[in-house]
Structure formats: C-alpha cells, structure tokens
Design a protein around this ligand. Structure first.
Ligand code: FEO
Ligand code: CA
Ligand code: CA
Ligand code: CA
Length: 628
C-alpha cells in the first residue's frame, strides 16, 4: 500500500531536537560518504558464502520489457499470463452466480475471494496440487462500491463496512495442475476465507491474556475476532502461513484524552482517527468505546492452511508494529529465524530467533511462542548489531513503564526507540536466502528524511526512490547478533544525478526502478523485486530481476509491468521455478479514481464494471524456468 501521507510517528525524528546518538550517527555517515568509506564495493564479497547462483548458467536471459504505463499488464516475449483468482470469485461453489459488483453483500463476500490481494504463499501438497495462501490487505471503498463519494461518512453505510470486513484477511485456495497450468479447485475442502470480523483467533505468547489486551467482547484477552491489513507474510518450514498485520492504525476512529494510559502508545503507532468509517458503525473500531482494541492488532498471525478448521494464532512474541512480512530461514543449529520490517517512515528492522530448534520429525506447533526479538542498529563499521527487545535488558525496565515482557511487546516501537535502533526509510519485506546466508531489506522510500536526519544505512535525504540493504550473516548463522551489511543499490533514475543512484552500469533504461516493496528468491537463488510507488518515476509498478553477485551485482532488469494504478506484490515461485504467482493490487487506482471512473478496468475490461485486484500466474510458453 503506497501512502504518500504516511507520516512518521517516531518521536526521535519528529522532535526538532534529535537524540544525540542520532546526530553523531548522521555526522559520521556524511563524513563516511564524503570520504568514500562506503564506496568500497564488494567489501563483503569475501564474507559471503560461496553460492552458485551468480554463475553464467543462472543469469537472467529473458527479453527485458520496456518502461511505460497503460491499462494492462506486460510480460516478456515467450511468456504467458493466466488470471488465476479475481476479487469476487466464488471459492466454494463452481455453479455460483458470477460476481455482481452492483449487489455486494457481506454473506456473498464471505464466500468469495477478497479484495486487494497482497502476500502469496504456496504450500505444495504433491506434484499436482498445492495451496495458495493469499493476504487481502486493505479496501478501497470508492473503487469497490458504486456511488461512493470522497469524504466519509456521507455516502458510506453499515452494509459497505460489513462487506469490507468480509473482503479483508486472507484466502486459502487449492490449486491443481492441468498440464503446464495451475488452476483453482473451486469447492475444494481446503478452501477457506479468513476475515476481519468472523474468524476467531487465539492470542498466544508472552502478551496473551494481559490486561491491556482485554476488551468488553473478550474479557480473557486471548481471543481476537479476526485480522486485517495483512500485507506481506511468509511460509514456515512446517508449512504454516504467516500473515503480517500492517496498517491497522488507519482503522480506528476517535481519540483518547491525553491522560489515558493508552493515549501515548496509540500515538506512537500513528492511530489515524479519521481515515476509515468502520468506527462510526462498529464499536470495536472506536477507541473512545474500546480503547484497548488497537492493542490486539499489529501482530503476526499464524495459520495452518492444511486444516481449514484450525484456529489462527496471533503470536505476540514476534512483537507489535506495522508488520510488513515474516520470511523464515533456519540457523545452523535448527532454530528458526524470521526477518520483519516495520513499514513506517523512520521505523525499524527486526528479526526473531526461536528459543528451540525446529525438529522436522516432531514439529512443535507453538515454536513461535518462545524466542528473542531483536531490533537492528546499523553501524558505520559495516556491522549491524541486533539488540534484544527483552524485558530487563538496558532501558526496558519498570522505571520506563515496562512491567513485563508483555508490556515490551505491546509497545515494541517505544522499546526499540529506547534501545537506539536505526530509524529506516520505511522497511518493507526482508527477504532472507537460506543457501547464501544473506537477507535483503527493501526500504521503499522516505521523502521526509532531511539532510540532518540521514544515517549510515539511510544516506540520502529526500529518499523518494528507496534502496535495498544486503545483510550477510556470519557463516550463514541467521541467529547471529552481529552481522555485516552494505547497500546493494540506491534506487531511482541513474540519469538524474542528484538522486545519487548506485545501479550497476549494465542496467538499461528499463532496468532501474523505485520503491522496492516485496522481494522473492527463486529456486536457483536469484533475487526478484516487486515495487509499490515506481509509478511516481513515470513508469508503472512491476517486477524486476536483480543481480546480487559477480560483475553484474546491482543490475536491475524489467520482467513484468502492472496495469496503471496497481502495485505488484507477493512474488512467489513454485518449487520447480516454472510458475510465478503475482498479486496485482489496487489496479485502476489513482487520484480521484472511483468505481465509475477508474484509471483501468483491468482485468475484465467490462464497461461499467470496476477493476478487480487479482492473482496471476506467469509461465514460459516453452515450459522452461522463469527468467532464464
Ligand atoms: Fe502494505 Fe508496506 O506495504
Ligand atoms: Ca508498500
Ligand atoms: Ca508491501
Ligand atoms: Ca518476500
């Protein structure tokens, strides 16, 4: 979700008097840039694990597509696209009537594919069957319903809100292989809708049952009624689906008096008070009626897609913030490591290391309830220190208002502020790669960073195009608390010199991009980057191949272009690398775009019908590996 108005709520940078540590850090970083300390390209080459992915046979050989923007999508020559699942497709009955956008009801939407698909996970069942796990991030009321004018609540009714709640959350859909194609199995017993209001979820881990999670509907503080704003995510080694609750702050109306014990915390999480209409109709979204309800959002939700009757679990040990994703890898000792971004200007990068090792023969279904959450502090020495967000550690004590680990987790952001974590340029997906011991951090953009606020890991003021940081874990030990890092690329137009991009010279005029959002690694270890906001460079959002090794390191190459208004998310490859699933989110959007007047009616192009966010599947017509 690209939101140019998404302001920082980090008091360390909003204040006119930055912390002394920040000032020193920014001075050092400017000096470092000037003296060329950071230009030591390949500084980490020796410490990267040797990995065969960059070798000649794995190079991207597809024919690059051209930059541009129009009402439809584009793939390279020799590739084909199947529209797999569209908003409104019925998941449970093949003979159900076609989606009718003029007659939407909550009951219908509960049975149909949700809105604004984001993360895509793929859990293969056997050679010919798999489960697609798709997040539905947010709703665009004026694009979803006919007759909505700007400025709620003039034209928004309870019926609209209930459809929106039913259109959020996620979908599990079984796919079956038909020759070279994957097709949805409508009516499969695996198919499931998870929603914002009708899917009970257990709250687990150190904050479960805490006073600050109790509401009038749930005096136990352990059962939440759903999930929303699920952005990116992950699939665990044991085949569960992690859904990251991101911009929950936009959905709560009302304002608490300053002296209320939750007021400062709500402010740190950027509760919006005005954006969505839900709180005008449903009490739980009105903080004046349910002041603790927001504390039950901003978590990572774990779902077992193989059991459609299973209760999803909100894993509080993983912290509470505007979670973008939760990709997992394994440390050499078998502990599981998750990388996570907090997507707001000047917020932080985290990782979580489980306490116990994953045992494939006897997996612990609650492995994510115990472990250590760390926040990243990037140093000018080329190391990142992972600081434990742990009660009793440093400033995380009673004197600072943290009575327990539950308090620390409920207010993860404030805890990380006090620890001195590095304020970043909107951390989106953090994509680790098991075999090479690396993780790539997508920092989408931050045009609010001033020259006085740069730091070594975020060196550009007015960073409108974002950058990608590469973290290298020592000897592939993802559980390490001290890792190496460097900037893989500073994005934007390389011809625009003041922007100071760092693309490899081999990058063509189609190959550069801005606003990296979701990363994916294909089965032979190559990085791919999807964008959200590249449209502000004059071209559409899309998917780019990204060289990370050898002489072409830092080269982008354009693979896919979305229809106008859309961002691209959820890049996900099948394990054989021959099918690529992409989420096309908010097609036809744009300033003032509505149901009646969208910027595109993709993918149906039916006169009078709105655009439909959809999941697509891309494959080569010759059946070969994607990208080669
Ligand atoms: Fe939902 Fe951070 O993108
Ligand atoms: Ca985004
Ligand atoms: Ca995103
Ligand atoms: Ca990813």
């Amino acid at each position: 979700m690209f939101d140019p108005d998404d302001l920082s709520s980090n008091p360390r940078v909003n204040s006119n008097t930055p912390l002394i540590g920040d000032l020193i850090e920014s001075r050092l970083s400017r000096r470092a840039v000037l003296s060329g300390m950071l230009s030591a390209a390949g500084m980490l080459a020796a410490s990267r694990l040797s990995f065969a992915a960059d070798k000649r046979q794995n190079r991207f050989t597809f024919q690059e597509i051209s930059r541009g923007s129009d009402e439809t999508h584009h793939v390279p020559q020799g590739y084909t696209t199947d529209i797999l699942l569209k908003w409104g497709d019925h998941l449970f009955d093949e003979s159900a009537p076609e989606f009718d956008p003029f007659n939407q009801t909550e009951a219908e939407q509960l049975k149909r594919f949700g809105y604004n698909n984001d993360y895509i996970g793929f859990v293969q069942l056997d050679k010919n069957r798999g489960l697609l796990c798709v997040n539905h991030e947010y709703t665009s009321t004026p694009l979803m319903f006919s007759g909505i004018q700007d400025g709620f609540p003039k034209t928004i009714r309870l019926e609209h809100v209930m459809v929106e709640l039913a259109a959020l959350g996620g979908s599990v859909v079984e796919l079956k292989r038909d020759g070279d194609r994957w097709k949805p199995a409508i009516g499969s017993h695996y198919n499931r809708r998870i929603t914002a209001h009708k899917t009970p979820m257990q709250i687990t881990g150190p904050a479960a049952g805490h006073e600050r999670l109790k509401t009038s509907a749930d005096p136990s503080g352990t059962i939440a009624s759903g999930t929303f704003n699920n952005c990116a995510g992950g699939i665990t080694p044991w085949g569960t689906w992690l859904m990251a609750e991101e911009n929950f702050n936009l959905h709560f109306l009302g304002q608490l008096p300053e002296e209320h014990m939750e007021a400062a915390s709500h402010k740190r999480y950027g509760l919006d008070h005005t954006r969505f209409a839900w709180g005008a109709f449903v009490d739980r979204y009105n903080v004046e009626k349910e002041p603790r309800e927001p504390n039950r959002f901003g978590w990572i939700v774990e779902v077992d897609p193989k059991d459609p009757t299973s209760t999803p679990k909100k894993r509080t040990a993983l912290g509470r913030f505007k979670h973008e994703g939760a990709e997992t890898v394994m440390a050499p000792d078998g502990r599981v490591v998750l990388y996570m971004g907090d997507d707001q200007r000047f917020d932080y990068v985290y990782k979580f290391v489980t306490k116990h090792a994953y045992i494939a023969d006897k997996p612990d279904p609650d492995l994510l309830d115990e472990g250590t959450l760390y926040v990243a502090k990037f140093g000018e020495d080329g190391y990142v220190d992972w600081l434990p967000v742990q009660h009793g550690h440093g400033p995380l004590i009673k004197d600072n208002g943290f009575d327990s680990q539950a308090d620390v987790l409920i207010e993860t952001r404030r805890a990380a502020d006090l620890l001195g974590a590095t304020p970043m340029d909107r951390p989106e997906d953090v994509q680790p790669h098991q075999e090479s011991g690396r993780a790539w951090v997508m920092l989408t953009n931050n045009h609010k960073r001033t020259a006085g606020q740069v730091n070594v890991a975020n060196p550009r003021p007015f960073n409108a195009y974002g950058h990608i940081i590469e973290i290298v874990e020592p000897n592939g030990d993802f559980a390490a608390t001290r890792s190496r890092w460097e900037i893989l690329v500073q994005c934007g137009n390389p011809m625009n010199r003041p922007v100071q991009t760092t693309w490899n010279k081999a990058t063509s005029d189609n190959g550069w991009f801005g606003s990296p959002d979701n990363g994916a690694v294909d089965p032979i270890g190559r990085l791919w980057v999807a964008t959200d906001g590249n449209q502000y460079t004059g071209g559409a959002d899309g998917l780019w191949a990204m060289e990370t090794d050898g002489e072409r390191r830092g080269t982008g190459k354009a693979f896919f272009r979305a229809p106008v208004g859309a961002e691209v998310c959820g890049p996900q490859f099948t394990p054989d690398g021959r099918t690529l699933f992409l989420s096309i989110q908010h097609p036809g959007d744009g300033k003032g775009a509505t149901f009646e007047e969208p910027t595109s009616r993709w993918p149906d192009f039916r006169k009078d019908h709105p655009p439909r966010p959809s999941v697509i599947a891309i494959r080569q017509e010759n059946g070969k590996l994607i990208g080669s």
